[in-house]
Every structure is written in C-alpha cells, then in structure tokens.
Design a protein around this ligand. Structure first.
Ligand SMILES: [Fe+2]
Ligand SMILES: [Fe+2]
Length: 162
C-alpha cells in the first residue's frame, strides 16, 4: 500500500473519529471511543516516527520533520493527560478539543508541506514498500494491546530524527 495513501486515509479516519467522541453519550461509551482514537493516533504517530520520517529524511524535508516531531510531542502530552482523566471530569472536554484542533493542524501540515516533497523523493515502488512496512508495524503494536499506553513514557522530549 502506498505510504502517502495510507497516512492520508488514516488522517481522514482519525478526524472523523475525533469528531464523534464528544457526540458519544457520557460514560463508558465516550471512554471506549476515546481509547479507540488514542490507540489509532498513537499507532499512526509511532509508525511515522520509527519508519516514515527516517525514510523520508533529506535536506529539503528536515525542517518540516523536526517541526512535526515537536507537534507529535504536543499530541502525546495531551493524550497522556487525557488518559489520566475520566471523560466525566470537567477538564476532559476542553483538553480533548485542543487535541482535536492540534491533530487537525498537524495532519494539514503533513499533507500540504511534507507529502508533496515525499512524492518527489520516493518512487511509487519505494512508497509502496514503506506503506507495507508501516501497516505491519502498526498491526504489531495493535496485537501487543493498548498501544495508547506508549505515549505515557514519551512526554519528556520530542523523538529524535534518526
Ligand atoms: Fe504526524
Ligand atoms: Fe500523519
């Protein structure tokens, strides 16, 4: 699967899911919806940081990748805070709205500034191999269970660009 198609599709799905969390009835249903989106966001971010970003690192992408890693850090901190809260608590909703806004902003930045550069850097075959590798990586995290818990230990600093 083409890496860019995969990431774009996941952005779209996550934004739809982010839009549904606060529509869900208070209680277990909202909690389950949040856990689902927190897992999806974490798997997406981890696969970008460990597979996609290193593969597309080049002179012309370095600035945007470094900025993206800082945006990931901010998303992880919000996720870690939210995982500590029960959705019925007063701070859950405002914090969740900030997460949603920041995630949307970050997706837009990647789609408008990073992906066009990647399209020039990588051949369709390279993008396809990269996408397959990310799908495999994400399923491994999923099978290990509760991928969202990974963000809790990643809030001190942005991941390095390796
Ligand atoms: Fe990202
Ligand atoms: Fe992304």
């Amino acid at each position: 699967m083409d890496a860019i198609d995969l990431l774009r599709r996941q952005h779209h799905e996550m934004e739809r899911a982010l839009g549904q969390v606060l529509q869900a009835p208070q209680g277990d249903s909202r909690k389950a919806q949040f856990a689902h989106i927190a897992d999806a966001l974490t798997m997406h971010i981890e696969s970008e940081e460990q597979i996609f970003y290193p593969a597309v690192k080049a002179q012309r992408t370095e600035d945007i990748l470094l900025e993206s890693l800082e945006e990931h850090l901010s998303l992880k901190r919000l996720l870690a805070d939210l995982l500590e809260l029960d959705p019925s608590e007063q701070t859950f909703e405002p914090k969740f709205k900030v997460l949603k806004e920041q995630a949307e902003h970050h997706h837009k930045e990647e789609e408008e500034h990073l992906f066009p550069k990647v399209m020039k850097l990588l051949s369709p075959e390279q993008r396809s191999r990269l996408g397959d590798e990310m799908v495999e990586f994400q399923s491994k995290l999923d099978r290990a269970g509760e991928p969202r818990e990974l963000v809790v230990d990643q809030t001190a600093a942005a991941a390095p660009l390796v």
